[in-house]
Design a binder for this molecule. Structure first.
Ligand SMILES: [Zn+2]
Length: 279
């Protein structure tokens, strides 16, 4: 089964997005929310979502709490868990954030998950995701879920949900990535999570890289995990007053309950599994 056949048109779309960068038109907050709501309701219909309070409910509670401590606390934040082994997360403008089951399973404690949630929330707060969507729109790219993200071809391309979504929403610049990391550290401290979780998650991913390259492909495409990037986050944390880091949580009882619930969950639908991951 050829993955590259599916990726070529996506790469073209990405190139179009980059070219369209200069034609950026600003979006009002109302438009941003409307755009995000429309798109996320299509995603919610198309994607297999995990509807389990111990999993989705917990992610939503932690994500909503983090979002409430940002500079844009009033967006209609919503956090969903997608039932796929692909390790990834992405943000839709307006505050609609998707985290894949595979990411939760790859994590080792809740501060790692909180780190990724805070990073995606930061893309929304800093309007990176709105800019991406506006860019796609001014390039005349159809934003229908059916068109690129989840329509034809099925199979590998659908399992690569992270890949399609990344091309639309997560092709952020290095500057945007590093801004999202900096903001995330602040949000984590404010919401009582150890910001080291973000660094530890990077390390967890690096360890997984050789074992599960297919599961990580989409994530590494949108979030190149360079030494620079990890060092940058470490430096931000090191500059924080020691006081502010005291007593921050790294995990929780609910996290362990969530991991147990994930173990009991049947495998994702076949086209959302990663080749070689589940025998
Ligand atoms: Zn990012």
């Amino acid at each position: 089964m050829s993955r590259s056949r599916h990726i070529a048109p996506l790469a073209l779309a990405a190139a179009a997005l980059l070219l369209a960068g200069c034609a950026l038109v600003s979006v009002s907050q109302r438009e941003e929310i409307q755009m995000g709501r429309d798109y996320s309701s299509q995603l919610n219909e198309e994607l297999p979502l995990v509807d389990d309070d111990a999993i989705r409910g917990y992610v939503d509670r932690v994500g909503t709490d983090i979002a409430s401590r940002t500079d844009r606390p009033d967006l209609p934040y919503e956090f969903q868990v997608v039932n796929t082994d692909v390790v990834n997360a992405f943000a839709v403008p307006g505050g609609f954030i998707y985290m894949n089951r595979g990411l939760l399973e790859a994590s080792e404690n809740m501060s790692e998950v909180a780190g990724v949630l805070a990073h995606e929330v930061a893309h929304v707060v800093a309007r990176h995701s709105a800019e991406q969507m506006e860019r796609a729109r001014s390039a005349g790219l159809a934003l229908g879920v059916g068109s690129i993200l989840l329509g034809e071809p099925r199979g590998a391309a659908r399992a690569g949900i992270g890949i399609g979504a990344n091309l639309y929403f997560a092709r952020y610049s290095r500057a945007q990535e590093s801004e999202a990391d900096s903001l995330a550290v602040g949000y984590l401290v404010r919401s009582g999570w150890d910001p080291d979780g973000l660094v530890r998650f990077f390390e967890t991913l690096q360890e997984m890289r050789e074992r599960r390259p297919n599961a990580l492909e989409a994530l590494f495409t949108s979030h190149p995990l360079t030494e620079d990037r990890v060092e940058h986050v470490r430096r931000i944390i090191d500059r924080l007053p020691a006081d502010s880091l005291r007593g921050l949580r790294t995990s929780s009882g609910e996290y362990r309950t969530m991991k147990e619930a994930l173990e009991r969950l049947p495998p994702p639908p076949e086209e959302y599994r990663v080749e070689g991951d589940r025998e």
